[in-house]
Design a protein. Structure first.
Length: 641
């Protein structure tokens, strides 16, 4: 055994932090085995852990994990001198040459080379888009705005009107706001104005594509676009301006996923459209942009022509992406620090039932007292309920009530889920599919006794004991079974996150069989299809969906939502983004299953992902949702989504 091998074996056998995963330990040992010093090897392992948690960088002064000690000036200086580490001065931002070392030290932030390259590229592209904004067409005048906003005196629409008025002359626009704030109708009006200007400047209608990071979000976007168009079209036909052609341009292509419009090569990796072959689009809208990760946004920006307008839409206060970074939050932070008219934050909610809005506001503000007061007010209106869940016994009791709620939705005067319907009876099938939107149990955790997996299994067992389903007790499929697709199947048009319900269907020969009903694809919905049916045996990989993680629920809305928080007040899943995202899925009413201590902890903690995207865009401090007494660094793998 050589001296180097003996040394690395000795170091590798030393006690290692319990927080490290197998892959982190493997990287630590690999660096040692190839001659790296112990400090560099440990830094690499902690960086690997941070990357797995969604951070684009490891902040050496303020580590994301509590068991990692902060590094001092001397340690950072030694790390900078390591042959494994390249400093930012050696790998200047925007340089064409790729990094020659696996780790990049940028100030006090340590990066994997790929994350540093992606973050620098995204920041550079966004800065360029903001700096080179030009306008050849005058902003819409009052007559145009009045045609788009018939209730022009309505103060609640002032920000929507301002967003439309400021839409021209930019290559990057961001529209952020919570549920019910009118983002979709505002986007449609912006597209009408942009299309009108494009026609005037270029003599042709623009090529517009709308997309979202996931198939489910794209499906929801397509539905929202159609509903928004139906809402504003009566006003457009009464105006003195010809809007129909521009509305047709906005809806010409059904909503799709970002991967699909980029031409994903699937398992081969990469995309068809990139810097050398750019997207043939003039305007690209990305909804649910909070789900964008750093690498996907980098790929999208590289594929866009310089004169293509990118419009990012989403709720910057929601949970960040499952992948690396918190790009929408960072972009909003940077743009708010330097106002240029290219960012609009919508705050007024237009839903008829506004009892939940003060609750959302209190969570975003990190105000436990305000939350308690808003919750009490909503409770008196029958819109909110709190169950103190502190142990498994109290959870089982709450699940009994939830089972009764499920039973009432599947068996009532308007619906018997076991009754068969004709295959072509789209109205009856749509009624069954609508059950999925009535209520949903959302969990912060995926694993463990308080996680979505365990609760889904318990609820499924409970359903099988219902007398109405006795004929299917020994079968894997039964009427009312709710499932979520867990792997994309482009050929079938089913994507990760799509939810369906099992129903009984009669064919032309009056033969009855079980089928799984899903919402139509954007293409099918545009053609008037309301429901898609699949043989259960042909579905891609899937799982029961009686309870979902809050992460998986993003992009969805339900009439009633129950949010289950971990009972441990120290759980890293207790943060305001998790609570806000779960509660804001509800349109009408909410329940919170948690102890008072867990609720207060969630409200007073903010999730922060480490990285410097906002700094690179021109902000002096890294991103944070809002000031709070405590912050928690968290990644997607902690709830398993």
């Amino acid at each position: 055994m050589t001296a180097l091998t003996a040394r690395s074996a000795s170091l590798a056998s030393q006690a290692l932090p319990e927080a490290w995963r197998d892959v982190d330990v493997a990287l630590y040992r690999w660096v040692l085995h190839h001659g790296g010093d112990p400090d560099t090897a440990r830094a690499a392992a902690w960086l690997s852990l941070a990357d797995g948690q969604g951070h684009s960088a490891l902040d050496l002064r303020s580590p994301p994990h509590e068991s990692m000690p902060a590094w001092g000036t001397v340690q950072i200086a030694r790390l900078a001198a390591s042959p494994w580490v390249q400093t930012r001065s050696a790998q200047a931002e925007g340089a064409a040459a790729p990094p020659t070392r696996p780790f990049i030290l940028d100030g006090e932030h340590l990066y994997l080379a790929r994350n540093h390259r992606a973050e620098s590229a995204v920041a550079s592209a966004l800065r360029c888009r903001r700096a080179h904004a030009t306008s050849r067409t005058a902003p819409p005048d009052a007559a145009v705005l009045d045609a788009l906003f018939p209730a022009s005196a309505n103060a609640a629409e002032a920000r929507q009107r301002s967003a439309v008025q400021n839409a021209l002359g930019h290559r990057l626009l961001v529209l952020t706001g919570g549920p019910g704030t009118g983002k979709t109708t505002t986007v449609l009006r912006m597209l009408l104005v942009l299309s009108r200007a494009w026609l005037a400047d270029n003599g042709a209608l623009p090529r517009i594509r709308v997309c979202a990071p996931t198939g489910k979000a794209a499906q929801r976007l397509g539905q929202s676009m159609r509903e928004g168009a139906a809402l504003i079209q009566p006003h457009l036909t009464q105006s003195d301006f010809a809007w129909n052609a521009h509305l047709d341009a906005a809806l010409a292509h059904p909503a799709s996923t970002v991967h699909r419009i980029l031409g994903s090569r699937g398992r081969q990796g990469g995309f068809r459209f990139k810097r050398r072959e750019q997207l043939p689009c003039d305007i690209v809208v990305v909804d649910e942009a909070s789900m964008l990760d750093l690498e996907l946004l980098r790929a999208l920006l590289a594929a866009l022509r310089e004169d293509t307008l990118l419009l990012l839409v989403g709720d910057a206060d929601q949970l960040t992406s499952v992948g690396t970074g918190s790009v929408l939050m960072d972009i909003v932070t940077a743009m708010e620090a330097e106002a240029r008219g290219d960012l609009t934050r919508l705050e007024h909610c237009f839903r008829a039932d506004t009892a939940l809005i003060p609750i959302h506001g209190a969570v975003r503000a990190g105000d436990p007292a305000g939350f308690a007061e808003a919750f009490r007010t909503a409770a008196t209106l029958g819109r909110a309920q709190h169950r103190a869940i502190t142990d498994f016994a109290s959870l089982r009791h709450a699940l009994d009530h939830w089972q009764a709620r499920l039973h009432a939705s599947l068996f009532n005067t308007a619906l018997d889920i076991t009754a068969s319907v004709e295959r072509d009876d789209s109205a009856a099938l749509a009624t069954r599919l609508a059950v999925l939107q009535q209520q949903q149990l959302l969990c912060a955790l995926r694993e463990g006794p308080f996680g979505a997996d365990a609760l889904t299994a318990m609820l499924a067992r409970g359903l099988r004991r219902w007398p109405e389903l006795s004929a299917w007790q020994d079968q894997s499929w039964y009427p009312g079974r709710c499932v979520m697709v867990s792997r994309n199947d482009a050929a079938a048009g089913l994507f990760n996150g799509d939810v369906g319900i099992c129903v009984r269907v009669r064919d032309e020969a009056s033969e009855t069989c079980l089928q799984v009903a899903f919402e139509p694809t954007p293409d099918a919905a545009q053609a008037g299809q309301r429901v898609r049916l699949f043989d259960p045996n042909t579905l891609p990989p899937h799982q029961d969906a009686f309870a979902l993680t809050i992460h998986k629920s993003q992009g969805s809305e339900y009439q009633h939502v129950t949010v289950l928080l971990p009972p441990d007040p120290q759980s890293p899943l207790l943060n305001r983004q998790t609570l806000y995202t779960g509660l804001s899925r509800a349109k009408t009413s909410i329940e919170v299953w948690a102890s008072d201590a867990a609720i207060d902890r969630a409200i007073t903690r903010t999730l922060q992902r480490h990285g410097c995207l906002a700094e690179r865009m021109g902000v002096s401090q890294p991103t944070a949702l809002a000031s709070a007494p405590a912050a928690v660094a968290m990644g997607p793998n902690q709830d398993g989504t």
